[in-house]
Design a protein around this ligand. Structure first.
Ligand code: ASP
Length: 322
């Protein structure tokens, strides 16, 4: 009897996977539309459609609390592969930042694989009276107590990068949280805030057009992207050891059938080889993952190692939210 039931269950799982997807999928982006995570998700969704037999993929922006509201929504969604989460490094920084995170990072999701790594840039409003990092440093020293630094909330990449920047400079700034760095960028363009640290996927064209000033990159190597290649690293600008790169991965609610996970993983691997997607990513300074972290198991191990890497630094900085 037990064997018959097991065979029936296996058949159901196989049939479900064979029929998958037979309706639109939703990818939850835990930040506002128009920002860097949203941009990666929309480009990636376009590339994912083909290997998923032309399925419609809807992007749902659930911004707020550094991405944790969107992640919580997916943790509670039906585990059928139709609701997915595309989240960045915040997946591993939020456990240290939030006392009452509404989900368990390592237990409540199936890890489907990683997508890319994206450097960050330190940018400022175009009206700042500084044109390079040395001048910015002088301006920051002269304006202590008056500097506004935008971010996408506690746990966001912009928060993390801004936190390390303040620590390295030894200057406290007033942080202004938004639901994503797209609305933060609007205020930076309008001159309502002074500075922001954000992914190149959001900043490259703004730096190129001169609408914001680019001061430095967050990685310890200069970038090759034409619009960014003249920006110094923060490390070479005197902030020794500064090296931050943001990564993105895809997640499904815990309990999503293994056959569906495998199908999604295979589609991801195909999407990451899509020449249009590769071209767009390269133009924005992003680097597509090609190593073992394409596998869900390695993706999960990497997130675990990132939790262990960032947790102590965040706790030492005394940054918490409920
Ligand atoms: N760049 C944002 C961050 O700071 C997220 C976003 O708006 O995509 O994490």
């Amino acid at each position: 009897m037990k064997n018959v039931m097991l065979a029936a269950m296996a058949l159901c799982a196989t049939t479900a996977a064979m029929a998958f997807p037979d309706k639109p999928l939703t990818i939850v982006v835990p930040f506002a539309a128009g920002g860097p995570t949203d941009k990666v998700a929309r480009d990636f969704a376009e590339a994912l459609r083909k290997p998923l037999n032309g399925a419609t993929i809807v992007i749902e922006n659930v911004g707020g609390a550094g991405g944790t509201l969107g992640a919580a929504k997916v943790a509670k969604a039906a585990p059928d592969g139709y609701t997915l989460l595309l989240y960045h490094i915040g997946m591993s920084t939020s456990p240290a930042l939030y006392r009452n995170l509404p989900y368990k990072t390592l237990d409540d999701f199936e890890y489907l694989g990683m997508i890319n790594e994206v450097p960050m840039t330190l940018i400022g409003r175009s009206t700042l009276p500084a044109n390079n990092f040395a001048e910015l440093r002088k301006w920051l020293d002269a304006n202590k107590g008056k500097i506004n630094l935008a971010n996408a909330g506690l746990g966001a990449a912009s928060h993390l990068c801004g936190l390390l920047f303040q620590q390295s400079m030894g200057i406290d700034m007033t942080t202004v949280p938004y639901k994503g760095t797209a609305p933060a960028m609007t205020d930076l363009l309008g001159g309502q805030v002074d500075l922001m640290c954000d992914q190149t996927t959001n900043t490259t064209s703004q730096i190129e057009s001169g609408k914001v000033k680019g001061f430095a990159v967050s990685t310890n190597k200069r970038l090759t992207t034409p619009a960014l290649k003249n920006l110094p690293t923060l490390d070479e600008s005197g902030l020794k050891g500064f090296n931050v790169s943001i990564w993105h991965g895809l997640y499904a609610p815990k309990g999503t059938p293994k056959a569906v996970q495998d199908q999604l993983n295979a589609a991801m691997r195909a999407a990451l080889k899509d020449p249009d997607f590769i071209k767009r990513e390269e133009a924005l300074g992003a680097v597509i993952i090609t190593d073992g972290r394409l596998a869900g198991t390695e993706h999960k191990k990497f997130v675990e190692s990132e939790i262990n890497k960032w947790g102590p630094a965040i706790k030492a900085a005394g940054q918490y939210a409920d």
